[in-house]
Design a protein around this ligand. Structure first.
Ligand code: IMP
Length: 198
């Protein structure tokens, strides 16, 4: 496949992540994810940190495809749960990628707990040709709500109110979320880095 300098492949099958990234930098790049390449292998996330998993994904996909590959590993750290679910956020409820079950378990574990501080974290790795070019991180502080509210976003968004807001990410909508989210902050660093490199 010829390298398209304007293409950025996101090393994810999570359409929500891809959509957020597209909304944020879609005018600079043609943003596609690995669902556009059905023959690519599934990457096992065997790391114990966001950086390890993001690196695994970026390297595996950039070995298979031409051009720039960007991975995102992200999750929710809850202080009262000693930082859980962290890198295991997507399977917290027992079933990989089942957001409803993840939120149910979060509500169960947080029931009756007054200390509700938490943060979303994101690590992005940019790679090309099986080599890491750079990595970037972003986070947003907030708190876990008692009840889910709102229909926007994905994952734990209905249960997470970012600092300075009483409403959840799911209620605040894409523009507010992207402007302050862990992913938005990491991506701003990616864009600045790419800009520096011309
Ligand atoms: P990953 O695909 O292994 O990085 O897992 C990411 C998981 O973290 C998702 O499945 C969600 O459970 C959670 N997560 C990451 N970013 C967000 C977000 O922006 N909103 C809500 N949940 C998120």
């Amino acid at each position: 496949m010829d390298e398209d300098p304007n293409r950025l492949v996101i090393a994810t099958r999570n359409a929500h992540k891809t959509q957020e990234i597209r909304e944020m930098i879609g005018d600079c790049f043609e943003v596609v994810d690995v669902t556009a390449f059905p023959d690519l292998p599934e990457v096992e996330e065997t790391g114990t940190t966001f950086l390890e998993n993001a690196t695994l994904k970026a390297l595996a996909i950039s070995r298979e495809l031409e051009g720039l590959v960007l991975s995102d590993d992200s999750g929710l750290e809850v202080d009262a749960l000693d930082g859980r679910p962290g890198v295991w956020s997507s399977s917290f409820g027992g079933e990989e990628g089942n957001h409803a079950k993840n939120n149910e378990r979060m509500m169960r574990e947080m029931a009756g707990i007054a200390e509700r501080s938490a943060r979303f974290r994101c690590v992005m790795v940019l790679a090309r040709g099986g080599e890491v070019l750079a990595h970037f991180d972003g986070s947003v502080e907030g708190r876990i709500l008692d009840e889910p509210s709102g229909a926007g976003g994905f994952g734990y968004d209905p249960l997470f109110a970012p600092e300075g807001h009483d409403r959840s990410f799911a209620e605040l909508g894409a523009e507010v979320k992207n402007g302050m989210s862990h992913r938005g902050r990491a991506l701003a660093k990616v864009v600045a880095w790419l800009g520096d490199k011309g």
